[in-house]
Ligand binder design. Structure first.
Ligand code: P6P
Length: 336
């Protein structure tokens, strides 16, 4: 039987990539791994206990907060604060960034931005959901309290990013800048095992992921691209397949493995796009570029080069196989 490489062993083997991390990044990842295991357990019994359904509150986005959103946010926040290597977090579920003010955290070198449970409205209909995380070195002085500037860094400054997908199996997919690797959770032994080493997105694909219910509200170039995907053309394997789960992590993960493009354009309902730059678009853009793909908000506008100004700012997202993103950009440019 082939030897199993656990996430812990993989991180230790690759710690040499971060000589100055002296294990901090390793410790950070082990806190995310722990929280992911706890969330795996809770999500997999969500239908059995009273933690589905709305918590009654609304989050910063004005969206009905699902109980598991709240639970997930608390789990990751506590796990990250425990280790001392993180001086603060920003979360979709928190209006302001959260300062970790214990002495051990003031010395922390990293900040984490997180969407603790993306796509959570899918929980009570038993559809995959995910956690998305993004890691930066702080820009404020070690030993001081974390500042907003620590979180408002462009995506190309990330030192790591990843997601956990709670689907038919639970997987963690992450990168620290040396490629993308996927780990599948084996609950019988309680470890994440390397299952998808060195993930590379296919240059081309024939899957497009977009909420076509918003078609009428899309910019002209996006509409034209969607029609292009639906045209008959054997030489380019069209019509493409339309797959949209309504859970970014799930749609992204399928496209990463099979090839494809995910689109969340601007629309009359979301004039700046729906997805958040800091803890959805940036981490996904970092991952796709590490896997050989592309992520843009507009033709020629790399997501990772966007300069953030607000914690919860939104932006359009077009991400996936490089040739498909380029084709879409061409349609948008021709119809500006
Ligand atoms: P819509 C979930 O709320 C989310 O943030 C992403 O996970 C998902 O891709 C998108 O929004 C779905 O949005 O407007 O198509 O329901």
């Amino acid at each position: 039987m082939e030897s199993i490489k656990t996430l812990g062993e993989f991180i230790l083997d690759n710690q040499k990539d971060y000589p100055d991390a002296s294990g901090e990044l390793t410790s950070l990842f082990s806190s995310i791994r722990l929280a992911a295991k706890v969330l795996h357990r809770e999500i997999n019994k969500a239908g059995l206990v009273d933690i589905t359904g709305s918590a009654g509150d609304e989050n910063i986005q004005g969206e009905q907060q699902q109980k598991l959103d709240v639970y997930a946010n608390e789990r990751f926040k506590n796990a990250l604060a425990q280790r001392g290597v993180v001086c603060g977090i920003a979360s979709e579920e928190e209006e302001e960034f959260v300062k970790f003010e214990e002495t051990k955290n003031l010395e922390g070198k990293y900040v984490v931005l997180i969407d603790p449970l993306d796509g959570s409205s899918n929980i009570d209909v038993n559809v995959s959901v995910g956690t998305i995380f993004s890691v930066y070195r702080r820009v404020s002085a070690v030993g001081s309290k974390v500042t907003e500037a620590d979180f408002l860094q462009p995506g190309h400054q990330q030192v790591a990013a990843g997601y956990v997908i709670y689907g038919s199996s639970t997987m963690m997919v992450y990168s620290t800048g040396s490629g993308v690797n996927g780990f599948t959770y084996d609950p019988t032994i309680g470890v994440f095992c390397l299952s998808h080493p060195d993930l590379q997105v296919p240059e081309d694909g024939n899957i497009y992921s977009v909420n076509e219910g918003n078609y009428i509200r899309f910019p002209e170039g996006v509409k034209k691209y969607i029609k292009y995907c639906q045209e008959e053309d054997e030489s380019t394997k069209r019509p493409y397949t339309s797959r949209y789960i309504g859970s970014l992590v799930s749609d992204f993960h399928r496209n990463l493995i099979k090839g494809g493009i995910y689109l969340y354009p601007t629309s009359s309902r979301y004039p700046d796009g729906k997805l958040r730059l800091l803890y959805e678009c940036n981490p996904m853009a970092y991952l796709i570029e590490q896997a050989g793909g592309k992520a843009i908000s507009h033709p020629g506008q790399r997501i990772l080069d966007l300069e953030p100004s607000k914690l919860h700012q939104r932006c359009p997202l077009f991400v996936g196989s490089p040739n498909m993103v380029d084709k879409l950009a061409q349609f948008i440019e021709e119809n500006e």
